[in-house]
Ligand binder design. Structure first.
Ligand SMILES: [Zn+2]
Length: 385
């Protein structure tokens, strides 16, 4: 049974939450309820139908009906009776069958390599492949992406739910890459190109937003709001507020790399002086560390952390964010840089804002963007995020 066509209407919760919907019709309710069941099983794990009804707020009859449908489709499976001694017949547990589908997930943010993985529905990486970019841009870079997808598709051993791609640059709501200057892509519907080759649904999102989705979905943060700052070749941020990804009016939310943090600073490629990217992007930092030698290491990283704190303090204050996650090379970010960024934010914000601040390094490094790209597929196809 083809489940992709009707379920796709459920769309990502982040968009659905803001969409003004027309009159609810029964089929929409059904798709919504189905997503709710999958979402509950995805986050809370195996449980009985009665627990599922309680957790989801749906009636037992609705839950039973939809679970039967999902079992028939092979997405959910019976896991046998609950362990332990209880009075009466033990309840049968149900859970998501993690190998019901595989997802192909690509991260195009690296300046040297495009990375791809095959993951199951639990976000476990089953296979990996990569391709060297070697400075390729435009059509040549598109060909690399298509080739990487073909190689990944051969590694998948069950039906593929879809392909998720995290791309650098500005990506609009339809997944069109409006501009990714490093790859020479402007107005590129990469998803359409890949879909034409693979015959699968393809979802493209910004790489920093993908990192935020990866942290939010697979590394449960303490709340529903989260700022993920990616510090690699460039600097970007992904923002989740109240469980919804914030993309912004021009789809450029989180483009913090060219905020000016040092007005008398060096000239940046964007034409301004003293951009955040010059202070903390990995290549710039490494260059300064090489020039400065080991005696200046802590001071150089501390200065970089201060720049980051200056840029983030107003964002954290405006939104009263508790969870801030840095994603990038730990040898650069952990230690003086992180400490100095935290201190700078504390000094520049009211204690009501900074008391709850939990600023930390991401666990899982580069895989977060890949997992987040998989979430694009999960949320669009199954309503799970
Ligand atoms: Zn700049």
């Amino acid at each position: 049974m083809d489940i992709t066509a009707p379920v796709r209407e459920s769309l990502a919760p982040s968009r659905r939450a803001l969409r003004v919907t027309s009159k609810a019709i029964p089929e929409h309710n059904r798709l919504h309820n189905r997503s709710l069941i999958l979402q509950t099983l995805f986050h809370d794990g195996t449980m009985s139908r009665a627990d599922l009804a309680r957790e989801s707020g749906l009636t037992r009859v609705t839950v039973s009906d939809l679970v039967s449908e999902l079992v028939t489709e092979g997405i959910v499976e019976d896991r046998g009776p609950r362990d332990g001694i209880r009075v009466g017949k033990p309840a049968t547990l149900v859970g998501i069958r993690e190998d019901a589908f595989h997802i192909l997930s690509l991260d195009l943010s690296g300046d040297e390599r495009f990375i791809g993985v095959v993951v199951n529905l639990r976000g476990e990486v089953l296979h990996r492949a990569e391709t060297h970019v070697e400075g390729k841009t435009g059509e040549d870079a598109i060909a690399l992406v298509i080739d990487l997808c073909r190689r990944l598709a051969e590694l998948a051993t069950v039906r593929i739910l879809g392909i998720g791609i995290g791309s650098p640059g500005i990506v609009n709501d339809d997944g069109v890459i409006e501009e990714a200057p490093n790859l020479g892509w402007y107005g590129l519907d990469l998803g359409k190109r890949v879909a034409e080759d693979q015959g699968l649904p393809v979802y493209v999102g910004n790489d920093a937003n993908a990192a935020a989705l990866g942290v939010h979905t697979f590394h449960a943060a303490s709340g529903h709001s989260l700022l993920v700052v990616t510090i690699e070749h460039g600097v970007g941020a992904g923002l989740i507020i109240g469980g919804a990804l914030v993309v912004g009016d021009q789809f450029a939310a989180g483009e913090i790399g060219h905020l000016i943090v040092d007005e008398g600073g060096e000239l940046c490629a964007c034409g301004r002086h003293g951009c955040l990217e010059l202070s903390i992007a990995a290549p710039h930092l490494r260059q300064r560390l090489r020039a400065g030698g080991s005696s200046e290491r802590a001071a150089i990283l501390g200065d970089a952390g201060r720049s980051l704190g200056i840029a983030l303090a107003p964002i954290i204050s405006a939104l009263n964010l508790n969870d801030v996650v840095l994603c990038g090379p730990p040898e650069l970010l952990d230690g003086p840089l992180l400490d100095s960024a935290r201190d700078t934010i504390r000094v520049r914000t009211l204690s009501a804002v900074s008391n709850g601040l939990d600023m930390r390094l991401a666990k899982g490094g580069e895989d977060l963007r890949l997992l987040g790209a998989a979430v694009l597929v999960l949320s669009a196809e199954l309503g799970v995020s």
